[in-house]
Ligand binder design. Structure first.
Ligand SMILES: C[S@@+](CC[C@H](N)C(=O)[O-])C[C@H]1O[C@@H](n2cnc3c(N)ncnc32)[C@H](O)[C@@H]1O
Length: 253
């Protein structure tokens, strides 16, 4: 039986340092996913971007590379602390009550932030409150019933001492965005890879990211085969098939 804490911020009190180490030691692992989401924000120089559930602010380099201003918010003291140490405009707050004035941001993004949340509607209403008229919202989330959802709720659940149980993106998730007043521009599934230089690097990355301290390489390769269709290997490194449901919306007024 899992001893999973009730509050998400308590989970990251236990595993936030490992999560941040994974994301900072292997910055190329999610590069394709992060660049893709930030490209969808369609940024113009000097626009203001809010990263919702940003953890340590890993989208900041991609946003800054497009000459936009990056702000992030997260309810984990540990992860928000890492973002602050990096000198980012990082705010410790629940997404349900954002510490920003109305109509402040040009673009908002949420990357894999909402699959432990029950209050989708409140969060998307609050996101809309701080969005300028015409602002874009890009949400990339694990899709309900997808191979990634199986990997997380079966494989990670088995190997993470805290367990894993997601509330993944389904049609009710998209309805919550729409009901908050956002206009949905597109809603689709995107497949890509998480990449590491080697099998051993992938093991080290995933062990930290998903807090699976006793995982060994053979078990990981089997799990990737069973849930994600198998690891792809090339002279450049390894590619673990991954994917998400992507929703692009805008604030009509
Ligand atoms: C799986 S992590 C993803 C972090 C980051 N976006 C990434 O892709 O690496 C989910 C993050 O969302 C934050 N989060 C989830 N629900 C939240 C809420 N209601 N308010 C603030 N932060 C929240 C968690 O603290 C955590 O840092």
């Amino acid at each position: 039986m899992s001893t999973r804490p009730e509050r998400y911020s308590d989970i990251f009190r236990l595993r936030g340092a490992a999560y941040d180490a994974a994301m900072t030691d292997w910055p190329q692992a999610l590069e394709e996913e992060m660049d893709y989401l930030v490209d969808l924000l369609d940024l113009v120089a000097s626009e203001r971007v809010l990263d919702l559930g940003a953890a340590g602010g890993y989208l900041a380099p991609a946003v800054s590379a497009r000459n936009a201003a990056y702000t992030c918010v997260d309810s984990s003291e540990v992860l928000n602390g890492f973002a602050q140490q990096r000198g980012l405009d990082a705010h410790l707050s629940p997404l349900q009550a954002l510490p920003f004035k109305a109509q402040h941001f040009d673009a908002l993004v949420a990357q894999a932030a909402l699959h432990h949340e029950t209050e989708w509607n409140t969060i998307f209403c609050e996101a809309r409150r701080v969005a300028k008229p015409g602002a874009r919202l890009v949400v990339g989330e694990v899709a309900e019933g997808s191979p990634v959802a199986g990997f997380l709720d079966v494989f990670v659940d088995r190997h993470n001492p805290l367990g894993h149980s997601g509330r993944f993106a389904n049609d009710a998730f998209v309805d919550a965005i729409r009901e908050a007043g956002w206009t949905i521009r597109s809603d689709f599934r995107r497949e890509y890879c998480w990449r590491c230089p080697s099998r051993s690097a992938l093991l080290a990355f995933l062990s930290r990211l998903f807090y699976m301290p006793a995982l060994d390489e053979a078990t990981l390769i089997d799990g990737i085969h069973e849930h994600l269709g198998g690891l792809r290997e090339s002279p450049d490194g390894v590619c673990m098939p991954w994917g998400m449901r992507v929703i692009v919306a805008h604030n009509p007024a």
